[in-house]
Design a binder for this molecule. Structure first.
Ligand code: FES
Length: 57
């Protein structure tokens, strides 16, 4: 399965290793626990497209 950076629609960047989410990094800039996502993106109505980058095969 490998390593993937998954940008969630309207949410954080997830670091996913072998199918398991290891960390959720804030992408809205409003988290009080940066660099971690604390869910504030819901309150601020953060809007962004989903995206995925595979780091290895
Ligand atoms: S993306 Fe979740 S708090 Fe910023």
């Amino acid at each position: 399965m490998g390593k993937v950076i998954k940008s969630v629609k309207n949410g954080p960047n997830l670091v996913v290793v072998d199918g398991q989410t290891k960390i959720a990094l804030c992408r809205c800039g409003q988290s009080s626990k940066k660099p971690m996502c604390d869910g504030t993106h819901h309150k601020v109505n953060f809007q962004a497209e989903e995206h995925e980058i595979k780091l290895d095969d």
